[in-house]
Design a protein around this ligand. Sequence first.
Ligand code: DQA
Length: 145
Amino acid sequence: MKIFVINGPNLNLLGEREPEIYGNQTLPEIENIITEHAKKLNNVQIEFYQSNHEGEIIDALHSHRECDGIIINAGALTHSSTAISDALQSIDLPAIEVHLSNTNARSEEWRHHSYLSPVCWGVIMGFGHLSYTAALDLLYERLSR
Ligand code: DQA
């Protein structure tokens, strides 16, 4: 089972970026936690990708159509990108939208809307790195059925 984990803009700065909101872990540390978690599951391969560019994220989604499931934290593009929404719909794989923070509880109104949620299987937000491992568990459960 192949799971593609995508992180969008500014998530490469995790660890130093607003740690009171996003925590102290760097993206490689979070990716390592996900990799270790995947080892507890049966036959799961994870591929990671991070980009600060909308088009690159779309290209990456297109070129990973052979995967079985997607975990995506599109960062701020969550709230603006109709094109990533279309890409997710086009590739037609089960996808889970994740966020480290609870975007609905954030003060900025624009974070309360997601263009991705309507085309994702589900959304997990507010649990820091556990949002990713919970998403992995849920995809694993669905894909093992
Ligand atoms: C985020 C929430 C977004 O609103 C923000 O733009 C991010 C990170 C999160 O993981 O909490 O870059 O996706």
